[in-house]
Ligand binder design. Structure first.
Ligand code: DAH
Length: 346
């Protein structure tokens, strides 16, 4: 029997040299229930007591040797496909590991919600380019030639278009899409446009060089300031809760006249005063106004016949308010510990 054991050891060692054999074949042949090792242990039961000690020692040596060879074969990659990942046969009776579902980014959740609220009011979604010419981003929107917003510290300029010689830039707001829409569509226009915008700002908890805006535009006969107010009030109630109120503060934008900043009543403290609203009871969510007649005329729309309102809001800002997020940079760092908190929200 000792001779047999030695033969088996030699044969098993040759498995290591033979590239064609894998650890699973090896295991089946030597270590499985019906394998050679068990056979030898069965024979061992039958031998007489005097021989048991020495044969037992040899058998144990064989067992260790076979296990070592098996391990070596597994490590060197000569495994079957079932074994590959764990180095052991998986227990097929275990429940399956559920697929890890990803979630939506909080900005996507809020963008979709905004678009959905306006879609229900008849606004259709539109899109525009992020690399834009000076005309669509500034001039057509009634920005004066020397308006400070055009300056280097705000705008990222791109090399001039080689053919048209247009000044190119990364759009600083989504208002460019207003012009593009009015240029190719005639009123009535009722559109909502979401997208990424860029500004040359130092990155901090409150500012970033890229962020997202949503722009709204409604141009038709007899569109009034009251329509603007009603539309934004409805939006605020849908977004932040039905008890939300809005407040309009006079403001200035080159492309709207009159212009107003829109505040909503603080939905955290309900007007009592808290950190979010800086104890004023109100938080700003958008800029808005009646489309300046110059802008309509720049797009060949008769400003005697048509009027319109427009508004623009930052998606990051609305998301921060809605979910109590205090650092803008979290949106762009892709830290799964942050993102996971939004799993399951649509
Ligand atoms: N474009 C403005 C900004 O980026 C936001 C804005 C204000 C958009 C008033 C509008 C508007 O359409 O009417 O700050």
């Amino acid at each position: 029997m000792i001779e047999k054991i030695e033969r088996v050891i030699k044969e098993a060692e040759s498995f290591l040299q033979d590239n064609k054999l894998n650890s699973e074949d090896f295991r089946l042949k030597y270590l499985s229930r019906k394998g050679i090792l068990n056979e030898l242990f069965d024979d061992f039961k039958k031998i007489n007591n005097e021989q048991k000690k020495i044969v037992g020692q040899n058998l144990n040596k064989l067992k260790n040797k076979l296990e070592d060879i098996h391990q070596e074969l597994s490590i060197s990659g000569k495994t079957t496909s079932i074994e590959k990942s764990s180095g052991a046969i998986p227990d097929l009776t275990l429940p399956e590991i559920p697929n890890q579902l990803g979630g939506l980014h909080p900005l996507t959740i809020v963008k979709r919600k905004i678009l959905e609220i306006f879609a229900r009011m008849g606004f259709n979604a539109e899109d525009g380019p992020e690399i834009e010419s000076d005309w669509y981003n500034f001039s057509a929107l009634n920005f004066a030639e020397n308006h400070p917003a055009r300056e280097m510290q705000d705008t990222f300029f791109v090399e001039k278009n080689a053919i048209t010689k247009d000044d190119l830039l990364l759009r600083t707001h989504t208002s460019n899409v207003q012009i593009r829409l009015m240029e190719y569509k005639k009123p009535p226009i009722r559109s909502i446009m979401a997208g990424r915008v860029y500004r040359n700002e130092a990155i901090s908890a409150r500012a970033h060089c890229q962020f997202h805006q949503v722009e709204g535009l409604y141009v038709d006969k007899n569109v009034s300031f009251k329509d603007l107010k009603d539309t934004l009030l409805h939006f605020a109630k849908e977004m932040f809760g039905k008890d939300t109120k809005i407040r309009l503060r006079p403001s200035y934008f080159p492309f709207t006249e009159p212009s107003a900043e829109i505040d909503v009543s603080c939905f955290i403290c309900h007007g009592k005063g808290c950190n979010i609203c800086k104890h004023s009871g109100w938080v700003e969510i958008a800029g808005s106004g009646m489309v300046d007649p110059n802008v309509l005329e720049n797009c060949n729309i008769n400003s005697e016949e048509y009027t319109g309102f427009a508004f623009g809001m930052g998606i990051e800002r609305i998301t921060m308010l809605k979910y109590g997020i205090n650092d803008l940079r979290l949106f762009f760092e892709n830290d799964v510990r942050f993102l996971k908190q939004f799993n399951g929200i649509h």
